[in-house]
Design a protein around this ligand. Sequence first.
Ligand code: C5P
Length: 247
Amino acid sequence: MSTRTPIIIPVITVDGPSGCGKGTLSVFLAKQLGWHLLDSGALYRALSLAAKSHSVELDNYSALEVLGTYLDIRFEFDETSHKIHAVLEGQDVTQELRTESCGSDASKIAAIPGVRKALFERQRAFLELPGLIADGRDMGTVIFPEAQLKIFLEADPAIRAKRRFNQLQEMGVNANLDDLFLEISQRDRRDRERLVSPLVPAEGAIIIDSSNLTIDEVVSQGMLLVSRVFPDLMANLKTKSGWLERI
Ligand code: C5P
């Protein structure tokens, strides 16, 4: 009788609140390693948009659960812009997905146990060879507890609000810093205090406080961790510029 060794697909989880550099680090790692990327927040955001377009109230738990189960969302890589586009029910919703109100609605529905359950398998399905970078709130605690490397990014809420403010200004979008701070604080509280899958560092997670770090420094620290956990991967990196000299 032959015994087959199960294939272990490597996964790195990147969790933390919004505005601490999680998304940038995740995209960078996925590109460098040539791995798949799961932006789990985009699923909750897309579900909140689907709820709106189907006139489902955010307190209608059972309808949201059904919507989550059948959510028709695709992520497509655009060869021209080199960006990932989110296509919900055939419509490109990439821009809409990034608004503050969408993030706020997403955090409300993300507290519903049935919604999280409905999106569980869909997130697990992203785990494919050669590996996965999973960005979210509960990647290391609930969705991929087997991850070989778990990173938890933190940053002062006032600094995160300022970063978001600058980002919006660069995009030509009017914003109010106080409103952004309030919004971030409310969203943090909802994410940290909810009963299911609250935002907490997973056991064994490496915590990086990015409050006083540039994004380059966050990326350098991330790559340093990767090089320690996956030393064999470092020989096959896509590019070796910048961060390598610094670590
Ligand atoms: O990461 P992003 O800001 O896009 O996530 C939007 C919201 O979705 C978060 O505030 C959080 O409430 C929810 N979320 C979650 N679990 C995840 C990812 C996102 O609850 N894994």
